[in-house]
Design a protein around this ligand. Structure first.
Ligand code: 13P
Length: 260
């Protein structure tokens, strides 16, 4: 399986800044066959960046979508409209769940729309600080994984990438965000794989990519990438700093080569 290094730019950079930043990345990023580099710019910039990017080096991802294909849904953008521009769509990010009140029902409709349109969903799951304190992590992860996937047919499950992003480790939310230990992440990955195995079988569980996200930087990326179950990283703040992001790509390549 490839290693995914995905930068979520969230609501940062103007269209012009996005273009300059992508240009900088394209000059530095090598096209490695076993490393999939993806950036997720603001919706505003996606059209122009889709013309600018070299998809062998950097693919594009949308940060959100609506589940209907067309119609009277003011302010929304459908996967059908995104289809020619991006390869991936993030869905269920905690900022969408908690700031915009997205439910598992909204999320599962989006996941199935993304698959129906031939793109890859990156389904984010993760517990909050208080859920963790009250020992609810396993239940939350199970509910979010099964809740997000329940409209996907068994043969399509492994097309979904699952990103474990504990809310307490995401830097933008909380100035006091903590850094997750590799052990915390490994435990969550094991749990997610066992939920997938119980529900969809061993092969699907092994073929589904699991990413980690939450305060990932060039200084800690390797500790997560070395975990057995880790197939990549979803990076917020550090993906807005070109040398940080490109260093993480090189670290991923080194880890991949060492394990080959
Ligand atoms: P940070 O890397 O800024 O903590 O953000 C993680 C994230 O939410 C990526 O989707």
């Amino acid at each position: 399986m490839k290693t995914y290094i995905i930068g979520n730019w969230k609501m940062n950079f103007t269209v012009g800044e996005s273009s300059l930043f992508l240009n900088k990345l394209l000059q530095k990023v090598h096209a490695y066959r076993d490393i999939e580099v993806v950036v997720s710019p603001s919706l505003m910039a996606i059209q122009s960046l889709s013309l600018q990017t070299d998809r062998r080096k950097i693919k594009l991802c949308a940060q959100n979508c609506y589940h209907r294909d067309f119609g009277a849904y003011t302010g929304e953008v459908s996967v059908t409209q995104l289809r020619a521009l991006v390869d991936y769509v993030i869905v269920g990010h905690s900022e969408r769940r908690y700031i915009f009140n997205e439910s598992d029902k909204d999320i599962r409709s989006k996941v199935s729309a993304i698959i129906r349109n031939g793109l890859t969903p990156i389904l984010c799951v993760g517990e909050t600080e208080s859920e963790r304190t009250f020992g609810e992590t396993a239940d939350v992860l199970r509910d979010q994984v099964l809740g997000g996937l329940s409209e996907v047919s068994a043969e399509d499950i492994s097309k979904v990438i699952i990103a474990y992003e504990p809310v307490w480790a995401i830097s933008g939310h909380d100035k006091a965000a903590r850094v997750a230990s590799p052990l915390d992440v490994q435990d969550a990955f094991k749990l997610i794989r066992s939920v997938l195995k119980e529900t969809y079988g061993k092969t699907t569980a092994e073929e589904t990519a699991l990413l980690f996200g939450g305060s990932v930087k060039s200084t800690n990326a390797e500790s997560y990438l070395l975990l057995d179950d880790c197939n990549g990283l979803l990076i917020g703040g550090a993906s807005l700093i070109a040398p940080e992001f490109t260093d993480i790509i090189e670290i991923a390549k080194r880890v991949k080569d060492a394990n080959a």
